[in-house]
Structure formats: structure tokens, C-alpha cells
Design a protein around this ligand. Structure first.
Ligand code: PAF
Length: 284
């Protein structure tokens, strides 16, 4: 496994792989890898002849009062996991390599509409930061296939929209969320939870599961359901950010014709913001 931190070396290797006709599978990450990330890598190994994983804590996607400085950086441990899985390249650029003209001057990619709602409303500029870095990474790695977790469902749909809008020549694969035994979605931010908060955290998934079940059983009074489930989250000890029921592809409020929905939730436990979602497939 090669650790590469500059774009020129990555490009050189990519050129050689192009000549060899390799299929490049790519997993972008911010490091502090858990089983959810490793599962993305396993999926990438199934589809690509070469696997590249990037580790870059992207300052452009963090808000002013967010956890950029506290975000765990665990490169040594991450590299061991990736080596064991047979990853070919770990790309670990510096901030200066990625943003040579500085963050203020950086050209950005913005996917309008879908970036502004739900998590985007709570975290202004977040999806602009995500789309920009993912676009840049795609330009550097030039993958044939890229893998993203469904846990960040809105991020996945923003990236799909960007790829479509900008006619990017690659396939985006969404990989189902990995969960702890008590169903808490795996996330690097779970490490911030106190013991007590960790015990409460699975109630977010349980809340969304219950909501999804009600929709599957025929309830269509979505605003009533959302209000009820927001209150239930608060009763369980969370500070709710949102509960939403949306059309899965567009993330718009669903109409009668929408058969593929997603219920999404975000809530704070102490200072930690947790998100989760469940897709719902309705029968005609
Ligand atoms: O999901 C993440 O870890 C990040 O948002 C990503 C896609 C690596 C971009 O920085």
C-alpha cells in the first residue's frame, strides 16, 4: 500500500493505471475509520482492480462553530486497517495542497436546492464544502466508481446530483449504513458521546424506525407524524434538529406519486449532533 500526499505523484500513478486498463474504485473519507468506512472499502475491493482511499479533514465543509479542530485524526491506525484490507493507495493531502489559494479564494461547486434544505439548512455552506472537495478529489483520483455511505443520505444525493449536472464520468454507489448491535449508526462522531449519551443514542434510530413503520402501514398525515416524533425525540433526552419525511431522490416534500421515501432525523445529545435515516418503499 502506498501513502501519497501530493497530487502530482497521485496523477503519475493514475496515468500508469490508465495504460494498464485498471478499474479505479475510490472511497473518500475524513479518516478516523470505523467499520462503516471499512465496509465501503470492502465494497470498493469487489468492484475495482485498484482501490484508492482518501483521508482529508476538509475545512471547507465545517461551520464556524463546528468540530474541525476536535475532529479525530488517527492516520496510523487508519493506515493499518486499510493495509489489512488490501487498499492500493491512501491519499492524504495537506490543506495547502488541496486549497493552494486559500479557503477564501477557493472556486466552489454548489448544487442548488438540495444543498440548502434539511441538514443544509442547519449547516449553511456544508454541502458546498462537500461538493467542492469531492469534485476536486474526483479530478485527482479520476475514479471509475466511488463509494459513499447511505448514513449521510443527503450528502449522497447531493453528490449524485453534482455528478449528473456536471456530466462526470463515474458511477456513484451508495452503501447501506453499518450499525452497532443496538442499531446506532456507526459514525466518527459517536466517539464524542459520554457513556450516558451513548446509552440514549440508539433511540434516534428507534424513533425513525417507528415512524417508517407507521408510513409503511398507511399513515399519510406526515406533518402530524413529524411533530409527534420530534416530541418523542425530545422526551428521550435529545435536542431535536429535524425529523423529515422526503422523496428519496430529490429530498423534496413527497407527492402522491412518490413511492420511494426517506425518513431523516438529526438531533443533539449534549454537543454531539447525530443523524440517521431509513428508506421507505411504498407499494402502488
Ligand atoms: O462523508 C465524509 O466523510 C465527507 O463528507 C467526505 C465525503 C469525505 C468529503 O469530505
Amino acid at each position: 500500500m502506498q501513502l501519497i500526499s501530493n497530487i502530482a505523484s497521485l496523477r503519475e500513478l493514475r496515468r500508469a493505471w490508465q495504460i494498464e486498463g485498471q478499474v479505479i474504485a475510490f472511497v473518500p473519507t475524513m479518516g478516523n475509520l470505523h467499520e462503516g468506512h471499512l465496509n465501503l472499502v470492502r465494497e470498493a475491493k469487489k468492484r475495482g482492480t485498484k482501490v484508492v482511499v482518501s483521508i482529508f479533514v476538509n475545512p471547507l465543509q465545517f461551520g464556524e462553530n463546528e468540530d474541525l479542530d476536535a475532529y479525530p485524526r488517527t492516520l496510523e491506525q487508519d493506515s493499518k486497517h486499510l493495509e489489512a484490507l488490501g487498499v492500493d493507495v491512501v491519499f492524504t493531502p495537506t490543506v495547502a495542497e488541496m486549497y493552494p489559494r486559500g479557503l477564501e479564494q477557493q472556486t466552489f461547486v454548489e448544487v442548488p436546492g438540495i444543498s440548502y434544505m434539511i441538514c443544509g439548512a442547519s449547516r449553511p455552506g456544508h454541502f458546498r464544502g462537500v461538493a467542492t472537495i469531492v469534485c476536486k478529489l474526483f479530478n485527482m483520483v479520476q475514479p471509475n466508481i466511488a463509494f459513499f455511505g447511505q448514513k449521510d443520505f443527503q450528502q449522497l444525493q447531493v453528490i449524485r446530483a453534482m455528478v449528473k449536472d456536471l456530466s462526470m464520468n463515474l458511477e456513484i454507489v451508495g452503501v447501506p449504513t453499518m450499525r452497532a448491535e443496538d442499531q446506532l449508526a456507526l459514525s466518527s462522531r459517536n466517539g464524542y458521546l459520554t457513556q450516558e449519551e451513548r446509552a440514549t443514542a440508539p433511540a434516534l434510530f428507534a424513533n425513525l424506525r417507528d415512524l417508517a413503520d407507521k408510513i409503511e402501514l398507511g399513515r399519510r398525515d406526515f406533518s402530524v407524524l413529524i411533530a409527534e416524533h420530534r416530541q418523542l425525540l425530545a422526551d428521550a433526552g435529545f435536542k431535536p434538529d429535524y425529523i423529515e419525511i422526503r422523496a428519496a431522490e430529490t429530498l423534496l416534500h413527497p407527492g402522491h406519486e412518490d413511492q420511494h421515501l426517506v425518513v431523516l432525523g438529526a438531533a443533539y445529545l449534549g454537543k454531539t449532533r447525530l443523524i440517521d435515516n431509513i428508506q421507505v418503499f411504498l407499494n402502488k
